[in-house]
Design a protein around this ligand. Structure first.
Ligand SMILES: Cc1cc2nc3c(=O)[nH]c(=O)nc-3n(C[C@H](O)[C@H](O)[C@H](O)COP(=O)(O)O)c2cc1C
Length: 189
């Protein structure tokens, strides 16, 4: 059993759809699949999407990282996949995230400014820029909410189980009857 980390850059093949808020629909679907699959095999990491490019970072058991990356490389939603980092690690550092998503934020803008980069182009990141980007994703406290664009794949929520609506209406009707019965009983006394 050996842990590794892997970072790569790629270029999206889809035309980004403008969204008023939330995550671009293609990216939202990728995130939903990633979170589901990665959680199953204990992979953690983060994804950044900007300027039509991806920067993804993964940590986990070597075999699981490789299996997942093989699937990712075959995905036609991106191309020009360039591995930036692949090396052993002692322990996972993204303990809570099967796939953390960072939207364009002040952090990313100041990262680009600091490195005098006109646009987000992770394929040409230096080793130092890769590490900074990973740290930025790790530290980001941006909202992770996904807007559900795909009815076939509902977004899991953290709410507790809800009573089915039929049961809810039944309970309301029973409560109304009970109150009515109590009022009637009151009039008889
Ligand atoms: C940029 C990008 C990142 C992705 N990251 C992951 C990932 O971390 N984990 C994952 O399982 N799939 C990821 N995918 C999706 C895979 O390519 C593939 O569609 C998916 O694993 C298939 O899963 P399924 O067999 O459950 O449908 C990613 C795809 C893209 C384009």
């Amino acid at each position: 059993m050996s842990l590794i980390r892997l970072a790569y850059a790629s270029e999206a093949t889809f035309d980004a759809q403008p969204v008023a808020k939330g995550v671009e629909p293609h990216v939202a679907r990728i995130l939903m699949t990633s979170r589901k699959n990665n959680a199953r095999v204990g992979l953690v990491g983060g994804l950044y999407y900007g300027n039509n490019r991806f920067f993804q970072y993964l940590e986990g058991e070597e075999e699981d990282v490789h299996k997942t990356f093989d699937r990712i490389k075959r995905d036609d939603r991106h191309r020009n996949i360039l591995t930036l980092i692949e090396e052993p690690i002692e322990a996972r550092t993204f303990s809570d995230w099967s796939m953390k998503y960072v939207p364009l934020s002040e952090d990313v803008r100041s990262f680009l400014e600091r490195h005098r980069l006109d646009s987000f182009h992770p394929q040409s990141f230096t080793a130092e820029q890769c590490e900074e980007m990973i740290q930025l994703i790790r530290d980001s406290n941006q909202s992770q909410k996904l807007v559900n664009y795909d009815e076939a794949e509902p977004v899991p929520t953290r709410k507790g189980p809800e009573a089915p609506s039929g049961l809810r209406y039944g309970l309301i009707a029973a409560a109304v009857c009970l109150v009515g019965a109590l009022i009637y009983a009151g009039t008889l006394l």
